[in-house]
Ligand binder design. Structure first.
Ligand code: HEC
Ligand code: HEC
Ligand code: HEC
Ligand code: HEC
Length: 427
């Protein structure tokens, strides 16, 4: 071979390797090509019936029943009490049912069972609690509109035969992704987003966002409302709540400090949306529902769990690091977040004690005392936004560490203000 021929051979060889690599990468990200459609009737909520037509998806859905700790030791699929590790939960949620029962979340098939056994529900609980636990919410809303939210919860649990499953995310007629949770659809509409016009990649996160989000119940109607009108950051959502939307002022008043407290509820969608992956268009499903292969057939994994159980399928289609490196990086983010979260939680707890102590002083300065309560309300919200979200900081490490820093600072300011109110501190 001449030098020219050699050069050409090397050049062509390089091209083949490079494009071969690109084709394999792109193909790995592409969805399974053929889905045989079958006529599953509207209102069929039993995943076993859907599973007859889509066995690979159904088999992987059934794996959601596995109960095991997560690879990192954070989160996990065992319904342990969170307070075992975070003692501050008893103090910070005193007077609220979350101080009695607050378990780690587990797989979707347990959603109704875990609601039924929760010590947080009582005969007075409202139907709104069923909203993110079953596909039957579609039927309740079609029949009654938001009136369902004010019905007794026990009545609706009885009518909800199936936990979170196929019909929550799929239109049975064509298997397209869909959202049915009315509170999510309304919140998006207030932001000018028509969910029926969403792209496929957007839907791959919207299906999760309809449930994995912060919400409150509108006083009176018990309607589920997402506090998104000002944005998704903890600061923007705090500002939204500061206006007492629809007459909603707080979730509970702390019995010791008399602080009006907001209880955060799993803001996973919000946390992710401003994070590295959310901003880069990486959907929840990209990590939590990766593509798998069975006897040459490609399908979407419906085992929605810690992506670290399948780093090869969940992360390596995009990342060049080794799976060990990615695991260690994730674990380091979580360890750092955990440390600050625990410090923030304990400082907030000391805030409640300092305010209670100051309030018992006969000549207490009421203006300073109220200032302390306002500071503590913010500090607790910032702590809880991170603590109630499920990834232990991974979905948005920079925001979460910043939020916890603010929480610690505000809680210390609250303690100082309480001591000033009591005349025991001149800071
Ligand atoms: C870039 C990948 C990635 C994306 C995108 C992502 N997650 Fe995660 N998620 C993770 C990792 C990693 C963890 C931590 C798992 C662990 O600790 O083992 C996690 C944890 C969770 C958990 C807690 C799991 C448990 O063990 O209790 C939930 C719930 C969750 N994510 C929901 C979502 C939702 C909803 C979205 C989209 C709004 C989303 N995630 C987007 C990677 C991702
Ligand atoms: C939490 C939401 C969710 C639930 C619950 C769910 N799916 Fe899916 N499903 C998805 C997502 C996301 C995809 C990927 C769709 C895409 O990218 O277009 C998918 C894809 C599919 C596909 C297309 C083929 C494939 O594997 O990608 C089938 C078939 C399917 N699901 C069947 C089911 C069945 C059967 C159930 C109930 C046992 C179910 N799904 C429950 C979210 C869900
Ligand atoms: C209809 C509401 C609903 C939808 C839709 C939904 N989830 Fe969930 N999810 C829940 C509830 C409720 C739980 C907790 C169940 C329990 O603990 O009994 C949960 C639990 C989880 C867990 C914890 C599992 C474990 O083993 O610890 C993960 C991870 C998760 N969801 C991710 C997602 C992702 C990703 C999507 C979208 C692809 C999604 N969810 C869609 C309601 C929903
Ligand atoms: C669909 C593509 C995609 C997938 C899947 C994905 N990532 Fe990423 N990841 C990205 C992009 C894009 C960035 C931003 C890279 C940059 O700016 O250089 C990123 C950044 C990161 C970072 C650094 C930023 C941060 O938030 O700390 C970590 C860590 C990370 N990814 C871990 C993971 C893990 C763990 C998984 C699997 C659970 C995963 N990623 C899955 C695309 C992806």
């Amino acid at each position: 071979m001449s030098r020219k021929q050699k050069f050409l051979a090397v050049f062509l060889g390089t091209l083949v390797v490079f494009f071969g690599f690109v084709v394999v990468r792109v193909w790995a990200l592409k969805p399974p090509s053929t889905i045989k459609l079958t006529a599953i009737p509207a209102g069929e909520y039993d995943p076993a019936v859907w599973g007859k037509y889509y066995p690979l998806e159904y088999q992987s859905y059934l794996k959601n029943k596995e109960t095991a700790p997560s690879p990192t030791g954070y989160g996990g699929s065992v319904n342990v009490q969170k307070a075992e590790r975070q003692n501050e939960i008893y103090t910070n949620f005193k007077g609220n049912p979350f101080s009695k029962d607050y378990t780690e979340d587990r797989g979707h098939p347990y959603s109704i069972e875990d609601l039924l056994h929760s010590k947080r529900i009582s005969p007075a609980s409202k139907g709104a609690c069923i909203t993110c636990k079953t596909p039957a919410v579609e039927q309740f809303y079609n029949e009654m509109g938001w009136v369902y939210a004010n019905k007794p919860l026990s009545e609706l649990i009885e009518k909800s035969k199936h936990p979170v499953s196929c019909a929550n995310c799929h239109d049975p007629a064509n298997m397209n992704l869909r959202v049915t949770q009315p509170g999510f659809i309304e919140a998006m509409s207030r932001k000018g987003v028509d969910v029926t016009k969403a792209s496929r990649q957007e839907m791959r996160s919207y299906v999760c966002g309809q449930c994995h989000s912060e919400y409150y119940f509108e006083p009176g109607s018990t309607k589920v409302v997402f506090p998104w009108d000002k944005g998704y950051t903890p600061q923007e959502m705090y500002q939204y709540y500061a206006d007492k939307p629809n007459g909603f002022a707080q979730d509970f008043i702390h019995p010791d400090s008399q602080t009006p407290v907001l209880k955060a509820q799993h803001p996973d969608y919000e946390e992710w949306s401003n994070g590295t992956h959310g901003k880069s268009g990486v959907s929840c499903s990209d990590c939590h529902m990766p593509y798998m292969r069975s006897s040459g057939q490609k399908y979407t994994s419906h085992w929605v769990t810690s992506p670290l159980k399948n780093i090869n399928e969940s992360c390596l289609p995009c990342h060049n690091q080794t799976s060990d490196q990615l695991y260690n990086q994730t674990k380091a983010i979580q360890d750092n977040t955990w440390q600050l979260q625990h410090t923030a939680g304990l400082t907030v707890a000391r805030g409640h004690e300092a305010i209670a102590k100051a309030a018992a002083v006969p000549a207490v300065n009421q203006t300073e005392l109220n200032k302390a309560r306002e500071l503590l309300r913010q500090a607790q919200w910032y702590w809880d936004y991170v603590a109630a979200a499920n990834s232990q900081g991974f979905h948005n490490s920079v925001q979460e560490l910043h939020t916890l820093g603010q929480s610690i600072d505000l809680a210390n300011q609250a303690i100082n203000a309480a001591n000033r109110a009591a005349g025991t501190n001149t800071l």
